[in-house]
Design a protein. Structure first.
Length: 187
């Protein structure tokens, strides 16, 4: 009986420490030091939350920049890659279909950046390479009437460099880029 009572007390103490105190302390520190990130890196437009900097959103309008395709269909509860081997016939056919669709929507495209025809590992990559964003400029210019020069400047102004100068690659957050584009074109 004494051992059972001791085990119960230890369980209650550990439950309070690990299940209540630790989460409250770490959440409090995160909210103090990194409040935007702790709240999900949310993007707001006109006071309304429209997404997160960390999650891609499906964009179908030809007037906007399109993100990478998502094997999870942009469902934030179903993070997934395709799990297809690059040598499989299904994968090769899927890439060919993506290239055909991309060329149909962007007939002036010459070099096709890989991130426009491949899915991200999680299915939620919110960023494109600057080259992938610029590959869509002729379509967007045609659809919106905005000059290609202005669209190039818009992509350049939203390009984020490597973190600390060494980590990652230059990238453009598609949601933030589209918000700015919608403001300038009044979409």
């Amino acid at each position: 009986m004494k051992m059972t009572l001791t085990a119960f007390r230890v369980s209650v103490v550990l439950m309070l420490i690990c299940g209540l105190i630790y989460p409250l302390v770490t959440t409090g520190i995160a909210q103090t030091i990194f409040p935007k990130q702790a709240d999900g890196s949310l993007i707001q437009s006109n006071g309304t939350v429209i997404g997160s900097e960390l999650l891609a959103q499906n964009v179908e309008s030809p007037k906007l920049f399109h993100p990478r395709s998502s094997a999870a269909k942009y469902d934030p509860t179903a993070s997934a890659g395709s799990n297809q081997a690059v040598a499989s016939e299904d994968y090769v056919n899927g890439i060919a279909d993506q290239i055909d669709a991309l060329k149909k929507d962007n007939p002036n495209i010459k070099d096709i950046p890989a991130d426009l025809v491949t899915s991200s590992g999680s299915g939620f990559d919110p960023d494109l390479t600057p080259e992938a964003a610029k590959a869509q400029i002729s379509r967007i210019s045609r659809e919106t009437g905005m000059s290609e020069q202005k669209l190039n400047q818009l992509v350049d102004s939203h390009t984020k460099n490597r973190q600390l100068g060494i980590f990652g690659e230059p990238r453009v957050n598609v949601t933030e880029l589209n918000i700015e584009l919608m403001k300038q074109v009044k979409l």
